[in-house]
Ligand binder design. Sequence first.
Ligand code: ISE
Length: 334
Amino acid sequence: MTVRIGMIGPGGMGQAHIDRIHTVIAGGRVVAVSDVDEVRAKEVASRIGGTAYADSASLIAADEVDAVMICSYGPAHEVDVLAAIAAGKPVFCEKPLTPTADAALRIMEAEEAGGRRLVTVGFMRRFDRSYRQMKELLDSGELGETLMVHCAHRNPTVPEHYTWDMAINDTAIHEIDTLRWLLGEEFVSARVDKPKKTSLRFEHLQDPLVLVLETESGVRVDDEIFVNCQFGYDIRCEAVAEKGTVSLGDQNAIVVRDGAGVRNSIARDHNDRFWGAFVTEVQEWVDAVAVGEHTGSTSWDGYAAACVCDAGVRALTDDGVVKVEMIAKPDFYA
Ligand code: ISE
């Protein structure tokens, strides 16, 4: 069976997903597109031999669409995810599921009422080989209990439309989801440390910053967010446990040694660094949809990440430790 996918928002991320679905992934095909920019929708549709729909609602309702992929702007996600749930169609929604926890709650309620998990949130790091190996080792208990995790999330630069809250809502959200998954517990509080700002980018940003999170059992996670570090896309994670530490390795395929020294390269962006994770993520989703199953992060994960982000954003403006407020996990997501 080929899963016929309807793509909402074929911009940068959407286009990258289309390319991998049509070149490296088996069992899926993008047959329909819609976009707020109708010209773009038509252009992408004609390039892939699919249909351009005038709006996302008609794309979701179309008989030729088995499953929906949402890569549009965050605030537009809720209405389309709810429409896909109402149509009984599996939906892969890029992160964030919704910009607010309340909106994610509405999605969870609709999904639960329908009785079937249909929503997968695009948190791709769970599919990265190195993070998966780290999780396997930590879960095995070989290193004892995990006590602390040190993370860094560095982007070479961000565009002018990147607002101050995006350091948490758009960037740190990756560590928030990955660490919830890696440690298997929820965060209970957030604090933001604000070091000296880089002079090399926008005044409106607190860049860098360090988000300090604490889990239910007391594990302390510090996450350096530095989105104008200039030199590359640098993702680091080291878990410190009772009997040892484990960290992500350097991601380069090759090391060059010559008269100038020893060097390797650094990724430029998330597509480069997480190429393999994106492929595994989308392949597992297509495979799951084909057999009527669910894979990846759930609406609950989207909701929990939004709750931690809310606390992180508050900690960015107010000083001190902010409590993470969230409902108890419904049995439906157990
Ligand atoms: C962007 O939206 C991403 O998802 C990238 O992975 C992240 O590194 C970047 O900071 C975000 O703006």
